[in-house]
Design a protein around this ligand. Structure first.
Ligand SMILES: [Mn+2]
Length: 505
């Protein structure tokens, strides 16, 4: 569905979810502005028991000139449009949005799909905010969204609050929007300073008093009373300063599910990975090594876990996660005695090599971005990035590179990088974006590249010899190998292993 598809309706009513937050308001306002300019009669409203009262929302609507109407629930009953009802940041029929009668319905949302009753629909659960989705749809229409300061500030603030002040921001498109929008700095400053209300201060206090702590896995778990999801991140950051707490999950109930913030201050737990783990199959999650967040859909949760208490769910998942990995230190690892280790030879297939130091200084923090995903690394001294045709990226030391590979004078094959293509690399410090192909050389293994190892029967976290602060996860079915030359321990993906290696006869 495109925004211009909806121009056929004689009027468009844009509905934000009940208890609206900056994301639903920001996204709704951008849509309102678009349709208004196109000459369609349009209105922007929300319903539910509560009228907005928090100062950040009042400032947002007032200073940005957002014509948001409030329809009390008793009036909503007799409300009906013969045109189109467009729900934004929520889905028609879901628990967090008052039912409005309409001849036609459309939905633009970034929550997991609830029900399929709407035919006009665009849902992208992997996005950090609904504002990002609306931004993309406006760009598809060639609407000059990046030049409009009011719309820009509204969308920016929507993403800001939905990603815990950008600390849990990780999606490539979300980052793109943040960088592209024109924002009114003065208004943003005001909004930043009105993030919390006195009630939320109290909620945070009560929550911290009622923490659960697990002394074995050293995690803290907190469920807060209903509050702005911003508060979750603040509490979680606070907990990270407690000596006994290595990781924490802070969550609360919202109308349609649960929001959570995840933090880790130890190298053995990547908060991003843990957030994905806690929300798998029932929501979305992600972020960075130290900070991440997520959302669990109530509907998907109850389908899978029926009425299991959420506190119990998190405790089970956290222990499962903490205990399901074996730690491997690449620098001084030897295969366990009794393990059957096989020898393999690398197939003679080209691999793309990038030497990051040709354009970045060691220690730089960079983000790899593909269409829909991203991850961050810190550039190590003397490292190389080996990128397989299928897009799998392996980091290796200069020593291993030099002993095992040599550049060849061949064109980079088309379709390199597989389905998601090749990433761009963005330097955090100056915001410069590099296309990886520009720095890549095609290489082939020298003579015969040999390695020995075994197929994993358990998940592992490998600290490679060039990094003792960041691990690489190997899952059951992947291969843990040691190169014959250079003696480096590395992981190869199980999915492609037979394309990359053959057993030595
Ligand atoms: Mn949202």
């Amino acid at each position: 569905m495109k925004l211009s598809d909806l121009l056929v309706y004689k009027e468009i009513w844009i509905q934000c979810h009940d208890n609206p937050d900056p994301d639903t308001i920001g996204a709704g306002f951008a849509l309102y502005s678009f349709y208004k300019e196109k000459g369609v009669p349009v209105r922007l409203f929300y319903s539910g028991a509560n009228r907005i009262s928090k100062s950040n929302l009042l400032i947002m609507t007032e200073l940005l000139g957002i014509p948001l109407e409030y329809i009390p629930p008793e009036e909503a009953l007799s409300f009906r449009t013969e045109g189109l009802l467009l729900t934004v940041d929520c889905q028609y029929g879901a628990g967090n949005v008052t039912n409005i009668s309409a001849k036609n319905i459309a939905t633009i949302d970034h929550h997991p799909m609830e029900s399929g009753i709407v035919s006009n629909i665009r849902i992208r659960p992997e996005l950090g905010s609904c504002s990002t989705l609306v931004w993309e749809m406006l760009r598809e229409e060639k609407y000059p969204v990046d030049d409009n300061k009011f719309i820009g500030t509204a969308l920016y603030y929507g993403l800001y609050t939905d990603t815990n002040q950008f600390s849990e921001l990780f999606g490539a498109e979300d980052l793109d929007m943040r960088d592209a929008l024109t924002v009114d700095a003065r208004i943003m400053q005001k909004l930043r300073k009105t993030n919390l209300s006195l009630r939320e201060l109290e909620v945070a206090g009560i929550a911290m008093k009622n923490y659960y702590y697990d002394p074995v896995d050293r995690y803290a778990l907190i469920k807060t009373l209903p509050c702005d999801s911003n508060v979750l991140g603040l509490i979680a950051d606070f907990l990270m300063q407690v000596g006994e707490i290595d990781i924490c999950v802070v969550y609360n109930e919202v109308d349609d599910g649960f929001k959570l913030s995840v933090r880790s201050c130890i190298r053995e737990v990547n908060a991003n990975e843990l957030a994905v783990y806690l929300t798998r199959e029932i929501g979305t999650g992600g972020g960075h090594y130290e900070k991440a967040g997520g959302f669990i859909s109530r509907k998907l949760y109850s389908e899978r876990y029926s009425d299991m208490d959420t506190e119990r769910y998190f405790k089970i998942c956290l222990s499962e996660y903490c205990q399901s990995f074996e730690l491997i230190m690449g620098a001084d690892y030897s295969f366990p005695k009794g393990k059957i280790v096989k020898k393999y030879i690398r197939n003679d297939r080209p691999v793309m090599m990038v030497r990051p130091e040709s354009f970045l200084t060691p220690g730089s923090k960079v983000t790899f971005r593909w269409g829909k995903t991203s991850f961050d690394i810190e550039v190590a001294h003397d490292e190389y990035w080996a990128i397989e045709k299928e897009g799998y990226i392996q980091r290796l030391s200069r020593k291993v590179f030099a002993e095992n590979f040599e550049p060849v004078d061949e064109e980079i094959p088309t379709g390199y990088g597989g389905e998601r293509g090749l990433p761009t690399v963005r330097n955090w410090q100056d915001g410069r974006v590099y296309s990886i192909v520009g720095y890549a050389v095609l290489c082939r293994p020298k003579d015969e590249l040999r390695a020995r190892g075994y197929r994993l029967t358990k998940n592992v976290k490998l600290f490679p010899e060039w990094s003792d602060s960041r691990y690489i996860t190997g899952y059951t079915g992947d291969y843990l190998l040691e190169s014959e030359k250079g003696n480096t321990i590395f992981i190869e993906p199980g999915d492609f292993f037979e394309d990359y290696y053959r057993p030595e006869k």
